[in-house]
Ligand binder design. Structure first.
Ligand code: DLL
Length: 452
């Protein structure tokens, strides 16, 4: 099957010769399941050793579980260790889970934590090498090639999307256009002018680009775009079809999270039958989120990931909160790495708004403590056109004069934008207007179409 991989990547009408890039790595990507297990066991033992020797939090947990890294004889032994959760990163902010000192790091990234403190992740130079390699492998699996122009509209900065895709594209041997998000009209012009063959963006931003192009009278279906790598937020099959139709490319799903690495933990291949999770660097489990029990292959549950090669931030059984299923059935592309089926949602209250991770508690933290605002609010998220729109309904304290309304709205909008990074439309409500709940307050009304 692999022999046909190169020829099958030649999209109809795309006459360019397909160069088997350096980042199709058959020796790694098509190992037998037994070979994968052997690589994983070796990686697990050394990663647990790294965590045990250098991270007091992990050492205490391993000791409490009565399992030393050298005791690990099989992959199943991992189940004897407890999970790591997002709040562990917050509780040991900023560097408490790091296995390297800041002087040994090459980069730091951060994403939203559940409250004011961000989740901080760090990389050694070798971690960055691994990440670039896996991102290059992902790009290649999705259909990008050395020599392509890759238009990268993932946000650059603390978010891992921009730089993660950037270094992977360079490693692949492509020319990257480091566009980041925003300036959508300019994005359209540069996609056309530079002849980009590959687009990297969140799926909702890809649609926004299509919309702006259409409004400008530009038909991106006639551009050079052939492949899109879309991720960082859940998206549906319907959205895939719409993106493909409007941009004239093959839309592929890419998954990742900062705590584990960033984009490129898993990616769809040409077959688009699930995302290959790169098992030579990560170990994937799916658990019942309530009992924590590991579920048999094929059952839906929460994805848990253990890193096998990370130096700076080894993660042991990290609960991603993402809901999915796994399959080790052979894929038509010939790759043997497990497939993570489309992420259908999360089992915590984290929202992903225009690709930005947001917890309702962060918005609450902005509202509470503002004297004219009562502790009752609702976040209403809709899809307007292709983009998320966030309404923030906020209840006033009794007796607030109407003359202050403009100032209050502006103050809330400004602080939400500067502290959390999203734009909200504030509507002020009179005392008692926000519905009170009998039980758990309904803080979020998410009216966007669901992923399926
Ligand atoms: O979103 C990394 C990334 C960048 C992935 C670009 C793909 C492309 P975080 O900001 O840490 O990292 O957010 C991670 O985003 O736990 C999922 O809930 C969600 N997510 C990421 N990719 C997908 C996807 C980046 N393909 C969180 N489908 C994860 C559904 C996704 N959800």
């Amino acid at each position: 099957m692999l022999a046909t991989l190169a020829s099958s990547t030649r999209a109809a009408g795309d006459a360019r010769a397909v160069t088997p890039g350096r980042y199709f790595q058959p020796e790694a990507e098509t190992m037998s399941r037994d070979e994968i297990a052997a690589v994983q066991l070796a990686g697990l033992r050394s990663s647990l050793r790294n965590a045990y020797d250098r991270v007091p939090v992990h050492r205490a947990r391993f000791d409490a579980a009565g399992l030393l890294p050298d005791d690990v004889q099989s992959l199943d032994d991992l189940q004897r260790l407890p999970f790591t959760v997002k709040s562990d990163l917050r509780d040991h902010y900023p560097f408490g889970l790091f296995a390297r000192s800041p002087s040994e790091l090459a980069r730091l990234h951060a994403s939203s934590g559940t409250t004011g403190k961000p989740t901080v992740v760090g990389y050694t130079q070798q971690d960055l090498e691994t990440w670039s390699g896996l991102m290059a492998r992902s790009l290649h699996a999705a259909g990008a090639r050395a020599g392509d122009v890759i238009h990268n509209a993932y946000g650059y900065g603390l978010f891992t999307g921009g730089l993660g895709a950037h270094y992977g594209a360079e490693r692949l041997g492509a020319a990257v256009v480091p566009m980041s998000g925003g300036s959508t009209e300019r994005q359209v012009a540069l996609i056309m002018d530079f002849g980009a063959r590959v687009l990297c963006a969140t799926p909702s931003y890809a649609l926004a680009i299509a919309e702006v192009a259409e409004a400008q009278g530009v038909d991106l279906r006639h551009s050079g775009l052939k492949v899109g790598l879309f991720g960082a937020e859940p998206w549906s099959q319907a959205m895939r079809l719409e993106i493909q139709e409007r941009l004239g490319l093959k839309a592929r799903d890419i998954y990742g999270l900062s705590e584990i690495m960033g984009p490129g933990v898993a990616c769809e291949c040409e077959c688009r039958a699930g995302l290959h999770g790169w098992e030579d660097h990560f170990l994937f489990e799916v658990i019942d989120p309530d009992s924590g029990r590991v579920l048999p292959e094929g059952e839906a549950g929460e994805l848990v990931i253990t890193t096998l090669s990370k130096q700076a931030l080894p993660m042991v059984r990290y609960r991603t909160r993402d809901i999915t299923r796994l399959s080790t059935a052979p894929c038509d592309c010939g790759r043997t790495h497990v497939r993570i089926l489309r992420i259908t949602g999360r089992n915590d209250d984290m929202l992903i708004i225009r690709g930005v991770n947001v917890y309702p508690s962060q918005i609450e933290a902005v509202l509470l403590g503002r004297p004219m605002i009562a502790p009752h609010y609702q976040i209403v998220i809709e899809r307007r056109g292709s983009l998320d729109h966030v309404g923030l309904e906020v209840e006033l304290q009794p007796g607030v004069p109407e003359t202050s309304h403009g100032l209050i709205s502006h103050d809330v909008t400004h602080h939400v934008k500067s502290l959390i990074g999203i734009t909200v439309e504030v509507s002020l409500k009179q005392p008692g207007e926000i519905p009170r709940s009998q039980g758990k307050a309904v803080r979020v009304r998410d009216l966007r179409p669901k992923a399926n």
